[in-house]
Design a protein around this ligand. Structure first.
Ligand SMILES: *Cc1c(COP(=O)(O)O)cnc(C)c1O
Length: 433
């Protein structure tokens, strides 16, 4: 399968090139030329299949032309070694719990899949080492670092802002060692992102090192996120509740919801989508006005969605050929303040006993305010509430259970490289690695 750039000024590439490069030369995002519609028989018996079996068929539609069947199946099975259950929260509203992986957030799926696919390409070609640069405000760094841990031929540099990620988040990528280096930048998340962007644009650096990104701009991280939309549908079908399905996605960079839109293009019977935003409401405003007006992000308690210029918006525009009407007919939006998020976590916990994290709370609330009679809603619970321990404990006023997986990270020893936000300093250091 060939991939084209959303800016259409760069030439088409193979899957391998798209994965190794991350971003196209014209700064566009890669899109597959074809989105294959899966056969009716697949959807008819989908509720009889396991998560891995479903994901293998979806993976074959995306990557089957480029990766041998046995290898692809192995990658899928290695990636999805944890469950993604649907849990009923209240009446017509269900939570798709994406937090049972190693770092307790949905990014584990894409992080692990990308690590294994890139590892396969490197082994096959006997390529020189690939260096993954990733800037993180918390969750991306941990999922990518844990996904790539121990993969031969790949070194990961996680850049994060000193003093601005929670202790739990920091421990998830600073305690690993091996092929993972944590770089503690004296600056903000934007400074970290600026260092990564400058590195990708620096000619000398790119001649001397093979650099790539593991953010959701990379097709190998973004497309596998479609898997769990199919599995959510399968579970709802098993419950006899798959008709008039509305899927709600707490969104920041819009990679997650875009994967859901791809699933729909492949024939998945989802009636419509809702994108739930925190106060960073660029997409919500776009739906209302037809104008896309990026602006600097503001800090919220759902911080993984603090994005002022969502990169995957380019993919959504491309998918709907730039038509605002077409986009607005399949996706609606909501935006919530921190106070509304707190209120939703508290009320839902009191009324149902279900503990939402601040991101999932936006998704749950958007469904409870928007579902029409006859519709059934599934929201993506994107992270475990214990990842936002102090925020959530402050809201509900009691201590919460910390899963064993998180506790294990807490016991590790932090190792990081202090770094200034000056690009030349970073570049010189990187060249010496
Ligand atoms: C990354 C993240 C999001 C936003 O996902 P996008 O694909 O960037 O829209 C939402 N919730 C959590 C917990 C996240 O880590």
């Amino acid at each position: 399968m060939k991939y084209y750039s959303t800016n259409r000024k760069a030439s088409d590439v193979t899957l391998e090139e798209a994965v190794v490069k991350g971003l196209a030369a014209d700064r566009g995002l890669y899109m597959p030329h074809n989105i294959r519609i899966l056969p009716a028989s697949f959807y008819e018996q989908i509720d009889q299949l396991s998560f891995q079996e479903i994901a293998s068929q979806v993976a074959d539609a995306f990557f089957g032309e480029d990766v041998p069947a046995e290898t692809l199946k192995q990658i899928v099975y290695d990636t999805l070694s944890f469950d993604v259950p649907v849990v009923r929260v209240k009446e017509n509203i269900y939570s798709l719990e994406l937090f049972h992986g190693p770092t307790l957030a949905f990014k584990d799926v894409g992080g692990r899949f990308m690590a294994r696919l890139l590892g396969y390409f490197i082994r096959k070609e006997g390529k020189r080492q690939v260096n993954v640069l990733v800037a993180t405000s918390g969750d991306t760094g941990s999922a990518v670092a844990n996904g790539f841990l121990g993969v031969e031929g790949i070194h990961v540099y996680v850049l994060y802002p000193k003093g601005k990620v929670s202790e739990i988040q920091e421990k998830q990528f600073t305690t690993l060692g091996r092929n993972i280096t944590a770089v503690e930048v004296d600056g903000t998340f934007d400074d970290c992102q600026a260092l990564v962007k400058s590195a990708f644009m620096d000619q000398e650096l790119n001649e001397r090192m093979q650099l790539t990104s593991a953010n959701s701009i990379n097709v190998a991280r973004f497309l596998p996120q479609a898997f769990y939309y199919f599995y959510a549908y399968a579970q709802m079908k098993k419950l006899g509740r798959e008709k008039e399905l509305v899927v709600c996605v707490p969104s920041g960079n819009f990679g997650n919801i875009t994967a859901g839109l791809f699933a729909k293009r492949m024939g998945l019977p989802v009636k419509r989508f809702i994108a739930a935003n925190n106060q960073n409401d660029i997409f919500y405003q776009y739906l209302k006005t037809g104008q896309y007006a990026p602006k600097p992000s503001v800090q919220t308690i759902a911080n993984a969605m603090d994005v002022g210029d969502p990169s995957n918006f380019a993919r959504i525009l491309d998918l709907y050929e730039g038509s605002h009407d077409a986009i607005a007919s399949e996706i609606s939006g909501e935006t919530y303040t921190d106070d509304q998020i707190r209120e939703t976590v508290q009320l839902t916990y009191d009324e149902t006993g279900y503990l939402l994290d601040p991101h999932g709370a936006c998704g749950y609330r958007a469904l409870s305010e928007n579902l029409q009679p006859g519709e059934v809603g599934v929201f993506l619970e994107t992270a475990h509430p214990a990842k936002f321990l102090h925020t959530v404990e402050d809201i509900i006023g009691t201590d919460i259970n910390i899963p064993e997986k998180l506790k294990a990270f807490m016991n590790g020893t932090k190792q990081s490289v202090p770094m200034s936000q000056n690009f030349m300093t970073f570049k010189e250091w990187l060249l010496k690695q």
